[in-house]
Design a protein around this ligand. Structure first.
Ligand code: DGI
Ligand code: FE
Ligand code: FE
Length: 397
């Protein structure tokens, strides 16, 4: 039997204490996994500041991404009728017969356990893990529900903290940033989407731009989407530094990976369907295809007809000899954007970033050297275009 911790809640938005509770429960009770399960939008109640199911789910996905024992489940979204914990547990135990569920709840909820819908059923279907603040005495309460419902209950304590979703929402609305309370990626998501009364980060979003963000946000996986936003702002910054059109760079950055929601095989199929020629090298190394296909999608789905932008998207993975300034900007932004982390390579990310704002050609050389090093370590061949690109800039020095 797998031991699954369940963290329910509105996650409006998910914050660091939610993560800490999940982590402590996971370690203390040796859980195999913790599922974060955002609850459904109440059908009739229009709570002013409860954001959509989609937004709450995406924020959870972003926040838990670094934790290998955590996953996000939208199970409750798909259950018919009202979401009562008893019903959810019933459906869950039917679906996952090899799982033993540990329902994690706060001390306050434990106090009110009597008032929950069918507490006797909850007690039967899961273990309860109650978390309380230090000094909070949950022992008696646990005994009470053990006696009354035969519940299996354990409790654990969490560090003292003032963090709450409602305070976070209020701060955001007041223009304050809850740094250290919410994961950075979640905060970026909130600000890019203007949730909780925040002002959108980069642009005064007109209708077309909003639509573009929406399309990207709903097609790309959360991590890829955040990377995309990072590339867009970095490309915009590089454009400023090097006297290029900021709008052009930003749009190229936004769309550079727009085909990357597809698997490699799906990308190949799409190229065949759309008559996009692939070289044999690309067929063997399909990680290289998404630039070409991305350019086609940018044109056909996002209505971009500027050939300079389409070309920058097309060559953002390999580079090539004699690139335009915009092509270099997108290639470099892809590599240095703020969400990137890097292991040890000939040139550190700090060095490459510094070079990028001084000298685009120098940055190209450094990135190519790092990429070649990476490919060699992973036993993968270098693309002929990348090689030509390197020769070109290296001999021009
Ligand atoms: O799409 P991103 O992940 O943001 O970054 P990217 O467009 O640079 O793509 C990275 C992938 O492309 C990664 O899997 C390595 C691969 N790649 C880049 N250059 C070469 C390459 N693969 C081969 N075989 N040869 C290359 O020269
Ligand atoms: Fe890419
Ligand atoms: Fe990318």
């Amino acid at each position: 039997m797998k031991k699954i911790g369940l963290m329910g809640g509105t996650f409006n938005p998910i914050h660091n204490i939610n993560l800490i509770i999940g982590q402590i429960a996971c370690e203390k009770f040796k859980l195999d996994q913790v599922w974060f399960m955002p609850c459904k939008q109440p059908p009739h109640k229009t709570e002013g500041d409860l954001v959509s199911e989609e937004d709450r789910k995406r924020m959870v996905q972003l926040a838990i991404d670094p934790y290998k024992h955590f996953s996000c489940s939208d199970f409750e979204f798909h259950l018919p009728g009202k979401s009562y914990t008893s019903r959810t547990l019933e459906a869950l135990t039917e679906t996952c017969s090899d799982c033993q569920f540990y329902f994690i709840m706060g001390g306050d909820s434990l106090r009110d356990f009597d008032k929950w819908h069918k507490p006797e059923k909850i007690a039967k279907l899961c273990h309860i893990l109650a978390c309380g603040r230090q000094g909070e005495d949950l022992k008696k309460l646990c005994q009470k529900w053990k006696d009354k419902y035969g519940a299996r209950i354990d409790y654990f304590t969490i560090p003292e903290s003032q963090i709450s979703s409602s305070q976070i929402r209020k701060d955001l609305g007041d223009g304050l940033l809850p740094i250290g309370q919410v994961d950075d990626r979640v905060l970026t998501y909130i600000r890019m989407h203007g949730l909780y009364g925040t002002k959108p980060l980069v642009f005064d979003n007109d209708h077309a731009t909003k639509k573009l963000y929406q399309m990207l946000s709903s097609s790309l996986r959360p991590k890829r989407y955040i990377h995309t936003l990072g590339v867009a702002t970095t490309a915009a910054s590089l454009a400023m530094a090097h006297g290029h059109s900021v709008q052009e760079a930003e749009l190229s950055g936004l769309l550079h990976d727009c085909a990357k929601y597809l698997t490699n095989q799906e990308q190949i199929n799409e190229c065949i369907r759309l008559g996009v020629d692939l070289t044999s090298f690309e067929m063997e190394n399909p990680a290289l295809i998404h630039g070409k296909l991305g350019a086609v999608y940018a044109r056909d789905r996002y209505g971009v007809d500027n050939p300079a932008i389409l070309s920058a998207i097309s060559y953002h993975t390999t580079g090539k000899a004699n690139m335009t300034r915009l092509e270099k900007i997108v290639y470099i932004a892809d590599y240095i954007e703020p969400n990137r982390t890097m292991e040890t390579y000939p040139h550190s990310l700090v060095e490459v970033r510094a070079a990028s704002f001084m000298d685009l050609d120098q940055a190209m050389i450094m990135i190519l050297e790092n990429t070649f090093d990476y490919l060699q370590k992973n036993n993968r061949p270098i693309d002929p275009l990348s090689r030509e690109c390197y020769e070109f800039y290296k001999t021009r020095r």
